[in-house]
Design a protein around this ligand. Structure first.
Ligand SMILES: Nc1ncnc2c1ncn2[C@@H]1O[C@H](COP(=O)(O)OP(=O)(O)OP(=O)(O)O)[C@@H](O)[C@H]1O
Ligand SMILES: [Mg+2]
Length: 310
């Protein structure tokens, strides 16, 4: 049986990420460009088709690529380094060909998403230390360049080590976007989304978002979801459900990556004044008079919604 060339995810499984304004603006412009393809073609230019997302682990690169595919109504094929350096098909060159051949053979176009792209598209080597390996890698990069150029649909590549990517490969991407850590405004919205159906009220959210400064969206999501697990499971198991005990258990169980900055909450623990500001037991957001609507509060000025124009 043919080896799966990628994991295919469908548009209806996508979620809309909460992004800082400049990133959302750049992506919205790209979508507008794609939606205006016939008019662009009439004046001799095509919409851009290849984007590179650079950002640390858990900043939302995969989530964003999936959301964009969904906005374009396309399935997304996630190609991981293992699919390129697989055990069965020999060299990276033949695997790259296999991935593109398979993607192009699908009747409906798919957005190709290369995850951990730096592992595949590392700079070409000319050290002479291991000539056979260097030759293989360089041949693979040449194939990759040709196939990137020829692929008829959209390609997004994600990396958390942009500086390792081969320069010629880099130049094949018409859009390079840095996915930064969320700012205070985005953290408030991410917290509101993942705490739902519970709510803290605007002040509570503001304080907690400050205590999460430097956290990735992935860490915020994990903390909120574990909090909800504690709220449901803890009383059944007879755990200490005081706010102090719950927060301390959460902080012990959900840790930021050692290379990432430690948000204040992890330094101060339950003594953080943001914890003091948290209403407890956590109310439902519908019972908090000044709460942000569960999910995504959108209070104007700072927000450009990606999904708003079509
Ligand atoms: N901007 C965001 N808004 C809401 N949720 C987000 C956002 N970014 C990430 N998440 C959530 O955080 C988790 C991790 O996100 P994702 O896998 O997209 O990160 P990533 O940058 O691809 O990480 P990695 O480098 O490890 O592949 C997901 O569960 C996702 O739903
Ligand atoms: Mg990812």
């Amino acid at each position: 049986m043919a080896r799966a060339f990628a994991e295919i995810v469908q548009p209806d499984e996508a979620i809309e990420p909460i992004l800082a304004r400049p990133v959302r603006q750049a992506l919205l412009e790209w979508l507008e460009e794609i939606w205006t393809e016939p008019e662009l073609m009439a004046v001799g230019v095509k919409p851009r088709r290849r984007a590179l997302f650079a950002g640390g682990a858990g900043t939302g690169k995969t989530t964003l690529a999936h959301h964009l595919a969904a906005r374009l109504g396309l399935p997304m094929a996630i190609v991981r380094p293992d699919d390129v350096y697989g055990r069965y098909l020999g060299t990276g060159t033949s695997n790259i060909k296999y991935v593109f051949d398979q993607a192009e053979a699908i009747e409906t176009p798919v957005l190709l998403f290369f995850d951990e792209f730096d592992t595949v598209a590392q700079k070409r080597m000319r050290s002479g230390v291991n000539e056979a390996a260097e030759h293989d890698h360089n041949a693979m990069i040449n194939t990759l360049l040709a196939r990137l150029d020829a692929y008829p649909s959209f390609i997004i590549a994600a990396t958390n080590s942009a500086q390792s990517i081969d320069e010629s490969v880099w130049r094949r991407f018409d859009i390079q976007i840095a996915i930064e850590l969320p700012g205070q405004f985005e953290r408030e919205r991410i917290l509101a989304r993942y705490l739902a159906p519970f709510g803290l009220g605007r002040e509570g959210l503001r304080h907690l978002a400050e205590a999460f400064a430097t956290a990735t969206p992935a860490l915020i999501r994990s903390w909120c979801e574990n909090l909800k697990r504690q709220i449901v499971v803890g009383p059944r198991c007879g755990w200490d459900m005081t706010k102090h005990a719950v927060v301390e258990r959460l902080i012990a169980a959900v840790q930021p990556h050692p290379d990432a900055g430690k948000p204040r909450l992890w330094s101060l623990g339950a003594k953080d004044h943001a914890v003091g500001m948290m209403p407890w037991p956590l109310p439902r957001s519908c019972d908090v008079p000044d709460d942000a609507p569960a999910g995504d509060r959108d209070d104007g000025g700072n927000v450009v919604r990606l999904g708003s124009t079509r």
